[in-house]
Design a binder for this molecule. Structure first.
Ligand code: DMJ
Length: 479
């Protein structure tokens, strides 16, 4: 790709951020237009070079893994790196190049420009639009595909990527607009707009504002932003008297179908995007909702009875403890707490996960935090632990976070590596762990980017003012 040419084209198609904030109107826009967008307080001291060789190492691993993906699975959603096979993520028989889309901005920040050009070329030649007569999961399609295309657009300025992001978001909209509550159905047929899946979860309701809001700003149409925010509000308005959310809800009746409040799945990124919507767009409503729910979580779900901080699952109406299980996915919450000013809790919660990391060769999918026993023995090659470490490092530049990130990276190299890349594990209670044959799409978008940015000093990333989505897509801060 002619990078310079593409970038100058991009400048002419982008709707300036200021214009989008005007479109938003009201207090939120005023706050943002006053340049009080949170995140600007992130410290930016001079980087050290102690970890630079690990940055180069992560870049080499990414390049090699990409070469294997191109050789064995190019255009398919995910490689099977042990066997050299492939698998689709959304719908069997309907590949959408998920790994390529997820990898775009990681390739960009790493300066792997030939690979980036190869990926964009595949998209240009093979994805004219998303007119696919099949049912796609709305949440995953948004965070992975819409977000990946948008961050790819921010990286390259290639208008095709933005057009595709818009085409796809349009096809997701019926999930929201055909719902009587504004809470999206879980699945939508990308061609017909037919919806299914009327029992859903907070994360699948509230993880759109970053991508939809970015798209609104880029194309000058606020409907995406408004749709995403309405779904969040519909859920927030159904909080209990003690300001907690349960984790199952009926899209059509708006009635809760469970009583469990959790910061882990299937609620996790609902909370993340409340704060992120404020971070990106200065929307004070979202910040208020975040603060109300977070105060209740800290009051009713914090459990320091083991001498470490954990977040118990509780009854959302009474606050009564339900169980002491913790998903690995919940470790993202340390980063979110840090971003939102809860520095001591952030450190304490990451310290808790460090204990688990010390106990097993790889983090298990789930534990009982009273004993640290694995309740789910697999390891889905997940990024949340290093995601938090990276986020916390951006805030205080304490080398502790780099050390934790490096340890996570070295364990992955030691235990998740197979012939053609990196794979999930099926049992981490043995050393070495038993391995599967599957590299998830998020590996390309999340941890490889976090490792690289944590260790290297990328001149394509603004370490002081940035935004990474729940899927690690950089929607602000690419240089
Ligand atoms: C990613 O797809 C996203 O981070 C999502 O929010 C939940 N976790 C997976 C990776 O584990």
């Amino acid at each position: 790709m002619s990078d310079t040419a593409e970038r100058s084209t991009a400048a002419s198609v982008r709707l300036p951020r200021r214009r989008f904030l005007q479109l938003l109107g009201g207090t939120a826009a005023a706050a943002a237009l006053g340049c009080e967008v949170p995140g600007s307080a992130w410290a930016a001291p001079p980087p050290t070079t102690a970890y630079a060789s690990w940055g180069a190492d992560a870049r080499r691993e990414m390049r090699q893994a990409w070469a294997f993906y191109v050789q064995f699975a190019f255009g398919h959603d995910q490689i099977r790196p042990a066997s050299g096979g492939f698998t689709e993520f959304f719908v069997p028989g309907h590949p959408v190049g998920l790994t390529i889309v997820e990898a775009l901005d990681t390739l960009y920040v790493m300066g792997l420009d030939d690979e980036l050009q190869q990926g964009v070329g595949w998209i240009e030649q093979n994805l004219p639009d998303f007119d696919i007569d099949a049912s796609f999961q709305v949440f995953e399609t948004n965070i992975r595909m819409v977000g990946g295309l948008l961050s790819g657009y921010h990286a390259t300025g290639n208008g095709t990527l933005l057009d595709l992001a818009r085409d796809l978001a349009e096809r997701l909209l019926p999930a929201f607009t055909s719902s009587p509550t504004g809470i999206p159905y879980r699945f939508v047929n990308l061609r017909t707009g037919a919806v299914t899946g009327n029992i859903t979860f907070p994360a699948e309701i509230g993880t759109y504002i970053a991508e939809f809001g970015d798209l609104s700003g880029l194309v000058g149409d606020r409907k995406y932003y408004d749709t995403a925010k309405a779904a969040v509000k519909a859920t927030y308005d159904r909080r209990s008297d003690i300001d907690l959310l349960a984790d199952n809800i009926d899209v059509e009746s708006g009635k809760w179908k469970s009583r469990r409040a959790t910061v882990g799945p299937p609620s996790d990124s609902f909370y993340e995007y409340l704060f992120d919507g404020f971070d990106l767009f200065g929307d004070q409503d979202l910040k208020t909702w975040y603060d109300v729910l977070t105060a209740a979580i800290l009051e009713h779900q914090s459990d320091a009875s083991t001498a470490n901080l954990w977040f118990q699952n509780v009854d959302f109406r009474t606050g009564k403890p339900l169980d002491t299980r913790q998903s690995e996915l919940a470790s993202f919450y340390a980063g979110l707490l840090g971003q939102s000013g809860h520095a001591a809790d952030a450190r304490a919660y990451h310290d808790s996960w460090k204990l688990v990391h010390d106990r097993y060769p790889l983090l298990p999918e789930g534990i009982d935090y009273t004993t640290l026993a694995a309740t789910s023995r697999g390891n889905q090659l997940r990024p949340e632990y290093v995601d938090s470490a990276f986020t916390l490092w951006l805030i205080d530049r304490n080398d502790l976070w780099r050390q934790r990130g490096l340890e996570h990276y070295q364990r992955m190299k030691q235990y998740n590596r197979v012939r053609y890349g990196y794979t999930i594990a099926t049992d981490v209670t043995t050393t070495p762990p038993a391995l599967g044959d599957f590299c998830p799409g998020y590996w390309w978008s999340e941890q490889m980017k976090y490792y690289y940015l944590l260790f290297a000093n990328s001149d394509r990333f603004d370490y002081a003012h940035n935004y990474l989505s729940t899927e690690g897509n950089v929607l602000r801060g690419l240089l």
